[in-house]
Write a protein that binds this ligand. Structure first.
Ligand code: ATP
Ligand code: MG
Length: 582
């Protein structure tokens, strides 16, 4: 492709509203342009990269025996009503009514396709003989994201590979999940994007039922806890710690329990100021409703309650903060004055709580706190639990190591769904004995745009993007330095032709521009291999060949250049695929 014939509007200046490197560089390198908040046009370079990532995803899905389909983006709202997801998605679900034949039809734009695919299977599959089955598609999804941001990392319209597995039971589900998990490892290795699988919040099927594939990056919106010694990694939402219960006995020496007047002082921050204490000395007491039963959850004042952990510790299916009437009933006070001393409901406490001596806590009385609160004397616990978000420095739950906290970009997600959708939408099968069961499902998503955006975010230098060969928009950039020189153009043209004939993706910079401009743009758009053909070099019978990341070019004899480039590309491809697991 000739540069003059394609459309690569590079920019010198960093756009003011682009906060993160990927957004800045994708704009500057002419990969994308914004239409409105959360909506971008992919220009030729951006789209070529997307298409290459998409091809890898498709190949690996097919290699894992998933069959490609294509479902409508436009969907009837009833399906979302039947699964309860109209409510669950809330404003994120783009839905509207359209007039049709004198009546109104209520439609949604698919944010994912569990409903549509389960409805399809409900109608088409009836016997265990038709299972297991994995279907996938690569298609545009629509989500009215609250905060579309960071360029194409979070948009309201994006390309997702979504796959769905259908099986007779947990055994088939586990097999499909394994196959998808392995395919994901191969996909990310092939695209050159460093991604780690992390345990994620798992929903109805407990245990090891969900993994997110995260590209570690300081600007990632997700927080990942990982062990510095072993391979344990989990989303902060899900991460366990290896902390243990301490003694529930009273400390050896302790202050008296004392009431302090704290008028209108209900938040941790307000109490800290008034009583001049550290939040780590306070007991934060939150009243939850767990399957409609009130429970007081205690964590240290400087910590956050992890609701998933509370739900698991209580073995409850639903936990949410209690309303103010419930708080008033169990504490006798408005919100903000709850504490463990004399509270009228079940208490569960985080491990940190048992180590507090002379703590400060709400007194279950309006405008009042206690100081000198001590376990074993002022309130009793039989045990403590891991109820708070993990943090850097906590012990690993799997080994002797220490946990660290890093940020990450969620690029893929595999999830054991179980029978949530098949039950809601009547997708059942008959077993050998003609007995009916709900089909057991899994779902598996990859954000194709995020592969590109996360690559830009994690693979660049101060001059521009650095593409891996596998998803680079072009593999080789041929730059003739003087387009008026017939000799230069003749050699450059021959390189372009011969490389393309050998199956290489070549971009040919035929612009009438100064060498400095061409070199700057070359670094900015980040094509892996650059070949410079100039009058001076040709006089010595040489061309310049340079990897994007090399400090200086190699001079290669003109006659050997094409073969040299082909050899380099082959070696690089072999290097890149050496990292791909089986
Ligand atoms: P997030 O937590 O980032 O909002 P999600 O967990 O809601 O994502 P899933 O429903 O798991 O996303 O979708 C599967 C994949 O689709 C994600 O792993 C991500 O790569 C991609 N994706 C989700 N939302 C967006 C978005 N708004 N823009 C671009 N890609 C997205
Ligand atoms: Mg997800």
């Amino acid at each position: 492709m000739r540069w003059s014939k394609t459309f690569i509007p590079t920019m010198k200046e960093t756009p003011a509203d682009a906060e993160v490197p990927s957004h800045q560089l994708m704009l500057r390198a002419g990969l994308i342009r914004q239409l409105m908040a959360g909506a971008y046009t992919y220009l030729p370079l951006g789209w070529r990269a997307i298409r290459k990532a998409e091809a890898i995803v498709r190949e690996e899905m097919e290699a894992a025996d998933a069959a490609e389909i294509f479902m409508p983006a436009l969907q009837p709202i009833e399906l979302f009503e039947r699964t309860g997801r109209k409510e669950a998605f809330g404003d994120v679900l783009i839905n509207f009514e359209v007039p049709r034949g004198g009546r109104k039809v209520h439609l949604a734009l698919g944010p994912t396709h569990e409903e549509v695919v389960t409805d399809l299977i409900a109608r088409q599959v009836s016997s265990y003989r038709q299972l297991p089955l994995i279907l996938f598609q690569i298609q545009t999804k629509f989500r009215n994201e609250e905060r579309p941001r960071f360029g194409v990392l979070r948009t309201s319209e994006f390309l997702m590979k979504d796959a769905y597995s259908f099986g007779t039971g947990l055994e088939q589900l586990d097999e499909s999940y394994e196959a998808m998990y392995r395919a994901y490892c191969r996909i990310f290795a092939r695209t050159g994007l460093h991604c780690i699988p992390v345990e994620a919040e798992s929903g109805p099927i407990g245990g090891d039922a969900s993994h997110e594939f995260m590209a570690p990056s300081p600007n990632g919106e997700d927080r990942i806890i990982r062990c510095s010694s072993c391979s344990y990694a989990a989303n902060l939402e899900r991460a366990d710690t290896g902390r243990q219960a301490s003694s529930m006995d009273a400390p050896e020496t302790m202050a008296d329990l004392k009431k302090e007047a704290t008028p209108d002082v209900s938040s941790i921050e307000q109490v800290r100021k008034l009583l001049e204490c550290d939040p780590s000395q306070m007991i934060k007491t939150l009243i939850y409703s767990a399957d409609d039963k009130p429970v007081a959850v205690l964590v240290r004042g400087d910590r956050e309650v992890n609701e998933g952990k509370v739900r698991r510790a209580l073995n409850a299916s639903d936990v949410a903060l209690a309303d103010k009437e419930t708080v008033l009933r169990v504490t006798g006070a408005p919100i903000g004055f709850a504490g463990p001393v004399g509270i009228d409901c079940e208490i569960i406490a985080d491990h940190d709580i048992a180590d507090l001596v002379d703590a400060i806590a709400g007194a279950n009385e309006a405008d009042t706190h206690y100081t000198g609160v001590n376990i074993g004397r002022d309130y009793q616990l039989e045990t403590t639990h891991d109820l708070r978000d993990a943090d850097a420095g906590d012990p690993c739950p799997r080994c002797e190591g220490t946990l660290e906290l890093v940020h990450g970009i969620e690029v893929g997600h595999v999830f054991k769904l179980g029978t949530k959708y098949s039950e809601a939408l009547d997708a059942t099968y008959l077993d050998e004995k003609e007995k009916r069961h709900p089909i057991v499902m899994g779902c598996y998503g990859i954000g194709v745009n995020r592969i590109i955006a996360a690559t830009a975010e994690t693979s660049h230098d101060e001059n521009g993007l650095i593409w891996p060969l596998s998803i680079a928009p072009y593999e080789v950039l041929v730059i003739p330095l003087d387009i008026k020189s017939e000799e230069v153009m003749q050699v450059a043209g021959r390189y372009d032709e011969e490389l393309r004939a050998a199956g290489v993706d070549v971009l040919f910079d035929d612009r009438k521009a100064r060498p400095g401009v061409k070199f700057k743009d070359a670094d900015l758009i980040g094509i892996p291999l650059r070949v410079v053909i100039g009058g001076k070099g040709l006089k010595n019978g040489e061309v310049e060949v340079k990897w994007r990341t090399a400090d200086s070019p190699d001079m290669v004899p003109v006659a050997e250049g094409v073969q040299d480039i082909l050899n380099r590309l082959a070696a690089r491809r072999a290097e890149e695929s050496a990292n791909v697991p089986n």
